[in-house]
Write a protein that binds this ligand. Structure first.
Ligand code: 4NP
Length: 167
C-alpha cells in the first residue's frame, strides 16, 4: 500500500464479530465510491481468545445476506505498531476505547475514536453510541451490528473524503 493511503483499523474485543463486520462494511462503502486504491483497512481485537479464527459464523452469515464476504478474515490482536501505522483506530465500544488508550504509545500517530460518535455525532448512530457486543446474543443482534456499522461507515467516509480531499 502507498504511504498516501488513509489507514483505518477497526477494533473490538474478540475481532470475530463487530470489528471484522465494520472492516468489510467500510471497505464496501469505499468500493461503492471507487476509492479502494486510497484506503488501507484492517481490524483487530483487544482480547487474545480467538487469534487465528475466522469471524463468528453468525457474523459471516449475516454479512453474506448483504453480499459482504468475511470468509478470508482471521482474528488478530492490536499491536503496538498499529498505533504508528494507522491514521484512525475506531473502537466499537467504550471498553475497547479505554483499552486502546491504555496501550497507546507516547508518540502514536493514530487518532483513537469511538466509531459511532466520531467526528461529532453526540447522539451516536440511531441513538447508539457503542456497537452492542452480540457474542452472547441472538442472530438478529448481528443484523443490528451490520445496520449500525454500515450507516456509520457512510458518515465517516463522507467526513474523511472531505477532510482528506479524496476524489
Ligand atoms: P467481538 O465479540 O468483540 O465483537 O468480536 C466478542 C467475541 C468474543 C468474545 C466476546 C465478544 N469472547 O468473550 O470470547
Amino acid at each position: 500500500m502507498s504511504s498516501e493511503t488513509v489507514k483505518i483499523l477497526m477494533v473490538c474485543l474478540g475481532n470475530i464479530c463487530r470489528s471484522p463486520t465494520a472492516e468489510v462494511a467500510f471497505r464496501q462503502e469505499v468500493a461503492n465510491r471507487e476509492l479502494t486504491h486510497l484506503f488501507d483497512i484492517d481490524s483487530a481485537g483487544t482480547g487474545t481468545w480467538h487469534i487465528g479464527e475466522k469471524p463468528d459464523v453468525r457474523a459471516r452469515t449475516t454479512a453474506a445476506k448483504r453480499n459482504m464476504d468475511l470468509e478470508s478474515l482471521k482474528a488478530r490482536t492490536v499491536s503496538p505498531d498499529d498505533f504508528h501505522h494507522f491514521d484512525y483506530i475506531f473502537a466499537m465500544d467504550t471498553q475497547n476505547l479505554n483499552d486502546l488508550k491504555a496501550m497507546e504509545p507516547v508518540n502514536a500517530k493514530a487518532n483513537i475514536e469511538l466509531f459511532l460518535t466520531w467526528p461529532d455525532k453526540e447522539n451516536g448512530q440511531d441513538g447508539y453510541q457503542e456497537v452492542p457486543d452480540p457474542f452472547y446474543s441472538k442472530e438478529e443482534d448481528f443484523e443490528l451490528v451490520l445496520d449500525l456499522v454500515e450507516a456509520a461507515s457512510k458518515d465517516i467516509l463522507d467526513y474523511i473524503a472531505d477532510t482528506h480531499q479524496l476524489t
